[in-house]
Design a protein around this ligand. Sequence first.
Ligand code: AHR
Length: 657
Amino acid sequence: MKRMKKKISMLLLATGLAASASAQLPVELNIQLDKPKGKISPHMWGVFFEDINLGADGGIYAELVKNRSFEFDNPWMGWKKLGHASTEGAYLLLNDAQRKGNKRYVRLTNSAGSELGLQNEGFRGMGIKAGATYEFSLQHRSNSSSMNIHVALLDEGEQVIAEAQMPLQSTAAWTETALKLQATATTAKAKLKIWLTGAGTVDVDMLSLFPLDTWKGRPKGLRKDMVQLLADMKPGFIRFPGGCIVEGRDLANRFQWKKTVGPIDERELIINRWNTEFSHRLTPDYFQTFGLGFYEYFLLAEDIGAAPVPILNCGMACQFNSGELVPMDQLDEYVQDALDLIEFANGSTATKWGKLRADMGHPQPFKLKMIGVGNENWGPQYIERLAVFKKTLNAKHPEIAIIASSGTDPEGERFEFLDDKLRAMKIDIIDEHYYRPPSWFLSSASRYDNYDRKGAKIFAGEYASHTTRPNGPGKSTWEAALSEAAFMTGLERNGDVVEMASYAPLFGHVDGWQWSPDLIWVDNLQVYGTPSYQVQKLYSTHKGSDIIPVHRDGQPVAGRDSLYASAVYDQNTMELLIKIVNYNSKPMPLRFALATDRKFAQVAQKITLASKDLNVSNSIEEPLNIQPKQTDIRFKGKTLTDSLAPYSFTLIKLQTK
Ligand code: AHR
């Protein structure tokens, strides 16, 4: 009889029906703390930053004025002329080809007793907070000492919510002047109004408005609330500046890091490639001013304790667009950009680019250790160009690891071709991208279980689960996040080959996005993390240092009975961290058997993200619909019995002694 029972239960286990058929029997997982399998990379969980969805301009870069230097294709975009705009010559747009990076400016001529001015609409309005202080600045030159500039912030009903004025000095040279305004009301849709009194002519440029309360209080810096969400993740790295933005629609509009450093007013703006990418999400006012440039990216990386991971153009424009190629005999300039970037980041202050870094305020090196060559490029043309970069970079900078693209998809002919070639050329790290439905993430949890351990490491450089229900593609639901959490157990279990991973894209502005889902959503005043953000954060703040095998009947826990699990040990905190996904609509009883000689504290922490409804999400109105809940669990000896909530991601933290 006993043997018969055993046979039946083994049959049920083999067919994967055990848990559903006898929901009362706990599933037993063996945690082999005594047999660590490898090390987790210190960079394991990071963030992917791209200026998409108003991520930089109109997003994390806290500038509130759109088209501050009149350099957009339509120089008056975002601006309205006030006062006697019809007066001949009152408003002139000048183009001075000798001004580096910023050729256009506006000449305003006012007469005694009258007023004229400009109004700026901001990026879908301006986010202004009651009680907060804002700094308005401009560059000007003027032939008059009797002019005043008045500045006001208006709410949606055109009511003044902040006001200040100052005299404009007479000066032949371009001069920067600033004044402060304190707001009396909060609105996400403010406008900036500037007008002149007094007779004279004044040239104006770089009309700018920033909150004083930026990240780390840096003048003209970054939006504090947005950076804080990144810092809270304690990311192991930050990849920048993308994404397709690296490639550009054509080579002229590729991302060139050298044009994004040095004085801000000399950084030449280009159209943002996402401006026209999707006909259903056209964003005609989307440009890259590069106020957030490579220096600021490096600084951001340092601030949040993340390794900088710049991705550079490899001599190819986006193959979804023009696919322009640089002829092989003209590739040197691109390779030189990579060498110079290493000098900018790590070089001594006696070098040309190291000196620029120091002049910008950072004499210490930025500790760059890896560089990406190309984003989502493919085909033999890519391999040909990559080989040139590799040869030079390996010879001159063997200390820098090279990240190379495996194209747009995680399988198929294009991927196979690149994967073979990249391994043959002994590339350090292969960048894989997957934007796939939840079913793919669930069925791919063992993707890396049999990857080659001797060759290249893997960078899961862009991924996100894309659901199609119930609100159409793009909604970052609990279903999407839970499938990512399940897949990430596979990344963690294979942390000896998966070096780094980042969800993409990072930010979406509710009024100005092109691509969805995104990890973090913002409007002009608020910010919230999606369920996927909560998952990413739980992983990245509990990254551990050693991979601990988790087995069920001797096998990794990668989908049987819709259970997914992995574990790490953290040498610093001496914690065992077990992550488990229950992708069932029912609770799942579990018993953990801990194989180790170590002793444990009797109380463990259990942190759970859960929802019975897979379609729920977070939002501006309900930012914490899905959020971690923490409870304590008591256990004795070396076993722990617990029940996982339906559709849940659970982290169990056990303190070893
Ligand atoms: O993350 C959005 C885009 O997806 C990236 O720019 C590109 O690399 C990928 O196709």
